[in-house]
Design a protein around this ligand. Structure first.
Ligand SMILES: NS(=O)(=O)c1c(F)c(F)c(S(=O)(=O)CCO)c(N[C@H]2CCCc3ccccc32)c1F
Ligand SMILES: [Zn+2]
Length: 263
């Protein structure tokens, strides 16, 4: 089983002992300094295909001990020329009820309440995400910053089932819904850089797309996400709440962050 946590003796400063890439180059997340960006006119709006899943389609909502994740069918894909990337799963990073700042990427040093990642793999070249995960051109992850504000009906499509996955390895089936509704309106405005998985094994295999606009969820929805789940198993005596499941920003070391907009 993966022996890593976000705090304590197996926390992020120790990851590189068992997972060498975590101490390597091209690590994510980063703090995006907007005065160091380079506008790239070739960065087209992100095109999403088959994101509108029917309610007859059943997705698996699971607690993997590190995050809350929702499985996605590989017929869902995004095209960001020249490649097509098929969906694999989406998951979240958040802080805690007492400190509601738990995004992974920062913008000018600002940490947001939470962050959603939709993990895709390069299906032009690889059969599945496990084959793609350690290849430099293997993954494309869409990142969405989350703020606390207005109620978000799309979030409730899975959040209402979260009490079924309170403990590690628990999973429930949820009806499909329009995954596009979880994303911000502007898919043409985003930051783009080459990075890595933000969890062990930290493979530098991710083409990161972080949308400029955050989405909003209500205080009640944030509370539910940040306080419903545990990283410990159901029968374990001392339960460990899952919170603060975000990696701190890594050195950008001369990586250029491209941007698709000019103000
Ligand atoms: N922030 S992140 O880098 O996007 C990111 C996470 F933070 C995260 F927790 C996960 S995990 O939930 O699988 C927990 C441990 O990897 C993933 N999984 C990816 C990469 C690992 C292998 C794999 C296999 C199938 C589907 C997804 C994934 C992840 F990519
Ligand atoms: Zn993630």
């Amino acid at each position: 089983a993966d022996k890593w946590t976000y705090n304590g003796p197996e926390g992020e400063h120790h990851w590189s002992r068992h997972y060498p890439f975590c101490g390597g180059a091209f690590q994510s997340p980063i703090d995006i300094q907007t005065d160091l960006l380079r506008f790239d006119p070739t960065l087209r709006p992100i095109e999403l295909h088959d994101y509108n899943l029917s309610a007859n389609e059943h997705l698996t909502l699971g607690n993997n001990g590190h995050s809350v994740q929702l499985s996605l069918p590989s017929r869902m894909f995004l095209s960001s020329p020249p490649h097509r990337y098929s969906a694999a799963q989406l998951h979240f990073h958040w802080g805690s009820t007492s400190t509601p700042t738990g995004s992974e990427h920062l913008v000018n040093g600002k940490r947001f309440a939470a962050e959603m990642h939709i993990v895709h793999f390069n299906s032009d070249k690889y059969a599945n995400v496990s084959m793609a995960v350690d290849k430099s051109d293997g993954l494309a992850v869409l990142g969405v910053l989350v703020e606390v504000g207005e109620f978000n009906p799309a979030f409730d499509q899975f959040l209402k089932f979260i009490n079924g996955i309170k403990y590690r390895n628990q999973r429930v089936k949820v009806p499909g819904f329009n995954i596009r509704s979880l994303l911000p309106a502007r898919l043409d405005e985003y930051y783009r850089y080459d990075g890595s998985l933000t969890t062990p094994p930290c493979y530098p295999s991710v083409l990161w797309t972080l949308f400029r606009s955050p989405i909003q969820i209500s205080p009640k929805q944030f509370l539910s996400l940040a306080s419903a789940v545990y990283s410990s198993r159901a029968q374990e005596s001392n339960s460990v709440p899952m919170n603060g499941n975000y990696r701190r920003p890594q050195l950008a070391d001369h990586r250029v962050v491209l941007v698709s907009f000019q103000e």
